[in-house]
Ligand binder design. Structure first.
Ligand code: CU
Length: 626
């Protein structure tokens, strides 16, 4: 998307918007959004256009929004798309070439905002094209050794069918990086070698969902891997002296202020651990076990990634650099194309039997409500951090950034059919939560015959015993604030500061934490180090699919989630943060420090004004915006 043209004065914007809410009748050629648009949606849900005319988008809200067609052109790009910064207007590219018809659109940053464009009269023009699944699904190389090397390097990666390769910053030249696959309990070292261009800066590696020491946690601003240097991370894959539970997880960069940029450019890959004891469950294995990384990106006309991250050139003032539309609460990085294992709209030649499909949402910001085009059920057996105690049958599975689902899908009645895995608009009826993307993802072409596998057993892996405190031992409140540097997200009133302990807890204790979303935007909160169980969601027992061990939770505005875990093995600082990477990079992160009994929390030197004002900005210049 290009930068919007400013056509209207702010006064006109206000005049157009305010009297019309909430049931405005459509103004020809205009779609508008007013204050609170991320929750209230577009002011008029229907826009009517004579064919060949332009659609103007008027944004009177304090957040940036887009008008993005759900239907795609033959290239897979939205039929029309454009954004408008707060208080500006823009012309939505592609509307004037549409053929007569009805077109649904959403805001790609807040897909709960939806509307319909009616193009009337005329003949000819461009309409929706069916998605073309042209490229076989790619499986990243699988590394199974005890000593893994991940070399961070620039590489040209084929992402878009029939288009030039995309230059990315990768692990071992691919995106996603190699899949690491190890038995639980088997010590593993991962050596990261930073061969990226020096302007990219230092990086770190976090193995999301794993239990390991603070020094091996890929901390954002200490123990970094500088350009030309290497660091070895040691993972025991054990907990309390015993093998860890098996998990479907991922590794990714966790660099201070730059995690969003570094992941967008490709610094992530899947990490699977297997427990031989789980073989008895008879879940599909080998070629019938498909781990899928789902992530969106935007591309320019040369198939290169856009760079939507704020830099110093976006600063409006040297003392308040982080203000404006890309500052919280408007920070959101969403792509126009969603890729599966680094391929746009792949297909998989599939047999008529059960598959284990492991879904990872590795997007910076977007969420997906996974669904099969024929309504085919998914039997959810786990959520990434562990298997559930009992399977749950679902027809759609909502996953925000860093969330995973481990599902078994039966294609035995689909021989000769093509079944599309897609993301649909959220079905849970949330009135305040951020929506999910509407997009096809990949096609299962059921062309092969194979013996059926056993059905999923009624009992999987029981939850370990835990004596849960009756009341929260700590409360974390997510909010929005401001300091001399601009606006930022907060945890308990403060933005993240490296080295500051926000909660000190004792090794061996059992914690019950309440996480409260007091902001107006959905967050997906991730806890490092332990696997936690969900005790309550908004005062009620959690839904069945949230009743296992987890490391990431959705918190829509107003939500309160209580989680519990015993703190084992490792002392030192660990993180709680939002996994919408824009939010994480812009303050929504805090530190809990695990101490030995009787130990004092480390002293902390508060940052200087200069440190604060230089925060949250990326170091590499950008060329365009999504
Ligand atoms: Cu967030």
């Amino acid at each position: 998307m290009r930068r919007p043209r400013v056509l209207f004065s702010l006064a006109l914007v206000a005049g157009l918007l305010l009297p019309q809410h909430p049931d405005a009748s459509p103004v020809p050629g205009v779609i508008a959004v007013g204050p609170g648009g991320a929750t209230l949606g577009y002011l008029s849900k229907v826009a009517v256009e004579p064919q060949g005319s332009e659609l103007t988008f008027v944004n009177g809200d304090e957040l940036a929004h887009t008008v993005t067609a759900v239907d795609r052109d033959p290239d897979g790009k939205p039929l029309f798309s454009g954004n408008a910064l707060p208080g500006t207007t823009s012309v939505i590219a592609g509307v004037d070439r549409l053929k007569a018809g009805s077109y649904d659109f959403v805001c790609s940053f807040h897909p709960n905002m939806a509307g319909t464009l009616l193009v009337q009269g005329g003949s000819g023009g461009v309409g929706a094209a069916k998605p073309r699944f042209q490229t076989p699904l790619k499986m990243p190389e699988v590394l199974t050794g005890s000593r893994i090397t991940l070399t961070a390097e620039q590489a040209d990666v084929p992402l878009l069918p029939g288009r030039p390769a995309t230059t990315m910053y990768t692990f071992n030249g691919s995106w996603p990086g190699p899949t690491i696959r190890r038995p639980v309990g088997a010590k593993t070292t991962v050596t990261v070698v930073n061969k990226l261009p020096s302007a990219f800066g230092s990086i770190s590696l976090h193995v999301h969902g794993d239990h390991h020491s603070s020094a091996d946690d890929g901390r954002p601003d200490s123990d970094l891997v500088a350009t030309g240097k290497a660091k070895t991370y040691t993972l025991g894959l054990k907990d309390g002296g015993k093998a860890e539970r098996a998990a479907f997880s991922f590794y990714h960069d966790h660099r201070m202020d730059e995690t969003g940029r570094n992941n967008w450019y490709g610094l992530n890959g899947m990490f699977i651990t297997d427990d031989p004891k789980e073989k008895r469950l008879g879940l599909p294995t080998g070629a019938y076990d498909l781990p899928l990384t789902v992530a969106d990106r935007s591309f320019d006309d040369a198939s290169q990634l856009t760079d939507p991250f704020p830099t110093a050139s976006d600063a409006t003032s040297p003392t308040t650099p982080f203000t404006g539309p890309y500052a919280p609460p408007g920070d959101a990085t969403a792509g126009t194309r969603t890729l599966v294992n680094g391929t746009f709209l792949p297909y998989q030649l599939t047999a008529n039997r059960r598959y284990r499909v492991r879904l990872l949402n590795a997007s910076n910001f977007s969420s997906y409500d996974f669904h099969f085009s024929d309504g085919r059920p998914m039997v959810q057996v786990g959520n990434g951090a562990a298997l559930l105690s009992k399977p749950v049958t679902r027809t759609d599975v909502l996953l925000g950034p860093a969330e995973r689902a481990d599902v078994v899908v039966d294609f035995s009645n689909a021989l000769g059919k093509n079944v599309v895995l897609e993301s649909i608009a959220r079905t849970d009826g949330s009135l305040t939560g951020i929506g999910s993307q509407s997009t096809p993802l990949m096609q299962f072409r059921v062309t092969k015959r194979a013996p059926q596998s056993a059905a999923v057993p009624a009992a999987l892996v029981p939850l370990p015993a835990l004596d849960i405190p009756t009341a929260p031992t700590m409360t974390w409140v997510l909010g929005l604030g401001a300091n001399t540097g601009g606006t930022h997200w907060t945890v308990n009133g403060q933005p993240y500061e490296d080295g500051r302990t926000d909660a000190a807890i004792t090794l061996g204790s059992t914690q019950r934490w309440a996480i409260v979303n007091a902001s107006t935007i959905t967050h997906y909160v991730h806890l490092h180090e332990e696997a936690w169980r969900t005790v309550t969601r908004n005062g009620q027992p959690p839904p069945a699919w949230e009743a296992g061990l987890q490391d990431t939770w959705r918190l829509d505005p107003g939500d309160v989630v209580e989680v519990a875990a015993r703190v084992t093995d490792f002392t030192g600082p660990f993180l709680i943060h939002c996994h919408m990477l824009d939010h994480e990079d812009h303050g929504l992160m805090a530190t809990f420090t695990v101490l030995k009994p009787g130990q004092q929390a480390p002293a902390h030197k508060h940052p200087t004004l200069l440190d604060l004002t230089s925060r949250y900005l990326c170091t590499v210049p950008k060329e365009s915006r999504t």
